[in-house]
Design a protein around this ligand. Structure first.
Ligand code: ADP
Ligand code: MG
Length: 702
């Protein structure tokens, strides 16, 4: 199948180009101006834009529009309204008014609000985010015009992930411009973060998926013995893509390209049946929207291929989980990347200042950054023996680390390590220039050339929180730098000193070694770096005095918005673990235990039959198996009997935080205790009677 990429790319997006073509010049200019500099468009303009948008969408086959928003569930929400108006003479006309475009009033009282909106004040408002273009989505429910919006309460509090993100981008803009002006840059009018998220996922055969209640209800396997083969041969990573997966990827690309999402990279990941897609980076808020659309599209396209896309952070125990590497940098409207070190980072004062501010930001707010990547599924991944650990540190690579070391030790002149040549020893292969830095897969926050790669974010999670936090903490450090430097008499001297001080005070956050090792855990503790193993441990970071000061200073979150978010995280944790535990109870009681009882019964009957047919027959194998299987069965049954009353006790706890802690410290271990004997039983009994597909079936038969 051949696809004309340039023709389909962005064909479902109401882009700037489409607006230029379809809007009167004056209207187009007004819209562009507000998009760039903020402010409001007049209602007359909104009417014209809305009408053009509707005409364009209808030509694409759209029948409905929706305000598309990102509530605190972490996914997107939409309510479709048809363009039709009240029929007159039995006829209707299609309409989208400026008011409908700009604002929606939503009776969405069932979205999590963490107490920001009690049900008797149920009004929530969606408001058009002009910086993210409208698009049409082709679904079985119809073709829908989606208008990206923010979602706020009657009193203006953010009920979504987008509003704080946009506020944090304004903070980066303001503080970034202050820094640029100090360096004599008068041209740049805008400073903004850019993001390119690499999305990992698993694919599983839909028929097999439907036989596993754990995958259906929780997105991950709650039981399952390891297959004889896992990822030890490392033959999956970058391996040849199988046909069925390949045709999924090809369809996915096409769908994403239509939505203007520049999907570029695709490959097999480390674990069997695990894959990755990376788009080209774009403006932070757009990247957040596009990543949501990517996840949604992956799920939809997979179904078409008889597959299910698992976005859970840890679908299978014993092999790697999935994350989302959040590549982040700060750029200007004139095309400068503030994180580009150039050829001589040792002499690039502006780069070193920004770098020193990022070191300060990440060290000061390591707890918050860790929190920003918390989601329930990520607890299964962070801190296990896979990327990355739960301890935040920065990897700079040899060259930059050496620059930092020299600055800290007040070196006379800061020298650059030679980046060197790569000579393969094969005479027909040219000698290549090496990258200045090797990669370090074990680090959560890596400098990779001209961007930082924040590797902690979970594969199913919205990237909004992580970027809001990154933007906020860096804006604060830039602001503090600007406060000092704007007052300085000798700018160069003051700047050099500030770089030195920032780096010296925050050097402990730099770590170039093996982030998986026990030595690092001990070393990090010595350095006083936080090690927050679980979401439940990380949530308190949201509401510390330090966090409240940071977020309120830049108007990103109010204190009550932060408290609401903390509550929602605890609530979500409790609900998710509870669903998992209930699913385990269901599967143990309805699938596994009855199956094993049947098995032991048949085994006992056959022992009796063989013994009566042949009294001299050697029956030690059968008897041994019956004894061992019965012992594990008893263990499983006892664990099941303990889990149920334990959950009742924990559910009686009033305070949501206390309840989350109890789920984490008591219920999760009780779930592990139930899983273990059942996984052992799976290894002991006949494959043909096992009631659900095994790890081997799920991971190797895609
Ligand atoms: P790496 O090999 O270091 O992971 P890639 O070139 O594969 O880097 O890029 C990974 C992701 O990072 C892609 O989504 C890419 O678009 C994005 N990216 C590249 N440069 C930047 C940048 N300056 N800012 C943000 N993201 C970027
Ligand atoms: Mg990468």
């Amino acid at each position: 199948m051949s696809v004309n990429v340039t023709e389909i790319f962005g064909s479902n997006v109401f882009s700037t180009a489409v607006m230029r073509e379809r809007l009167p010049k004056g209207v187009f200019r007004e819209v562009m101006d507000v998009m760039k500099h903020g402010g409001n468009i007049s209602m007359a303009t909104a009417d014209i834009v809305a009408n053009a948008m509707k005409d364009w969408a209808v030509e694409k086959g759209a029948t409905h529009y929706t305000h598309w928003f990102q509530p605190l569930t972490g996914i997107t929400a939409e309510k479709h309204d048809a363009f039709i108006t009240r029929p007159e003479d039995g006829k209707t006309i299609l309409q989208l008014t400026g008011k409908q475009l700009i604002m929606g009033e939503s009776d969405a009282s069932s979205f999590p609000s963490g107490g920001l909106r009690s049900t008797h004040y149920a009004r929530g408002y969606t408001a058009w985010d002009m910086t993210s273009p409208a698009f049409v989505k082709e679904m079985t429910a119809g073709t829908i015009l989606c208008i990206p919006t923010i979602f706020v309460s009657y009193t203006g509090e953010a009920l979504d992930k987008k509003t704080p993100l946009l506020r944090s981008m304004e903070a980066i803009n303001t503080q970034g411009l202050r820094i640029l002006r100090l360096f004599g840059n008068t041209e740049a009018q805008k400073v903004f973060p850019s993001v390119g998220p690499e999305q990992e996922y698993f694919l599983v055969d839909r028929e097999k998926y439907l036989k596993r209640r754990d995958l259906i209800y929780t997105g991950r396997t709650l039981f399952g013995a390891p297959a004889p083969k896992g990822q030890e041969l490392e033959d999956q990573y970058f391996g040849v893509i199988r046909d069925r997966v390949g045709s999924f990827m090809s369809d996915l690309n096409e769908e994403l390209w239509k939505l203007g999402i520049p999907a570029t990279t695709q490959h097999n990941e480390v674990a069997p049946a695990q894959h990755e897609m990376a788009p080209i980076y774009t403006m932070c808020n757009l990247a957040v929207d596009q990543n949501q659309l990517t996840m949604e599209t992956m799920k939809r396209v997979a179904t078409r291929h008889g597959l299910v896309c698992l976005l859970h952070e840890k679908p299978y125990a014993g092999v790697n989980g999935s994350g989302k590497h959040n590549n982040w940098s700060i750029g200007t409207d004139t095309g400068e990347n503030l994180l580009d070190p150039g050829d001589t980072p040792n002499e690039n004062l502006q780069f070193l200042l920004v770098l020193s501010c990022i070191m300060k930001a990440v060290d000061t707010h390591a707890d918050l950054l860790r929190q920003s990547a918390s989601c329930v599924g990520n607890d299964q991944r962070l801190g296990g023996q896979e990327a990355p650990p739960a301890i935040i540190s920065i990897f700079l690579g040899d060259q930059l680390e050496s620059v930092v070391d020299q600055i800290i030790s007040n070196a006379e002149s800061v020298k650059l390590l030679a980046s060197g040549k790569l000579d393969s020893g094969v005479s027909t292969v040219p000698v290549l220039n090496k990258d200045a830095t090797d990669r370090n897969r074990t680090t959560p926050f890596a400098f990779t050339g001209n961007k930082f790669e924040f590797r902690m974010v979970g594969s199913s999670d919205s990237i909004a929180d992580a970027n809001t936090t990154l933007n906020a903490i860096v804006a604060e450090a830039l602001c503090e730098a600007a406060d000092q430097l704007e007052r300085a008499d000798d700018f160069n001297a003051a700047c050099t000193k500030l770089i030195h001080d920032n780096m010296a005070q925050h050097q402990r956050i730099i770590f170039n070694g093996d982030g998986y090792s026990d030595e690092w855990v001990a070393e990090a503790a010595r350095r006083g770096l936080p090690n927050l193993a679980s979401l439940v441990d990380a949530v308190p970071a949201l509401t510390t005095e330090k966090a409240v000061n940071l977020f309120t200073k830049f108007g990103i979150y109010t204190q009550s918005e932060l408290e609401a978010r903390a509550d929602i995280m605890y609530e979500t944790y409790v609900k998710t673990i509870k669903i998992e535990a209930n699913t385990m109870i269901h599967m143990a009681a309805k699938h596994y235990i009855p199956t094993v009882i049947g098995y032991t019964t048949r085994l006992a009957q056959s022992i009796t039959a063989v013994a009566s047919a042949c009294p001299e027959a050697e029956l030690s194998v059968q008897r041994g198996l019956l004894k061992d299987v019965s012992a594990r069965l008893a263990e499983a049954s006892a664990a099941l009997e303990q889990l149920k009353p334990l959950m009742d006790r924990v559910d009686a706890i009033q305070d949501v935080k206390e309840m989350a802690i109890a789920y984490r410290t008591a219920v999760v271990p009780a779930m592990d205790a139930l899983r273990y004997p059942i996984d052992q039983l799976e290894l002991m009994v006949d494959k043909s009677i096992w009631p659900v597909p095994t790890y081997g079936d799920l991971m190797f038969e895609v």
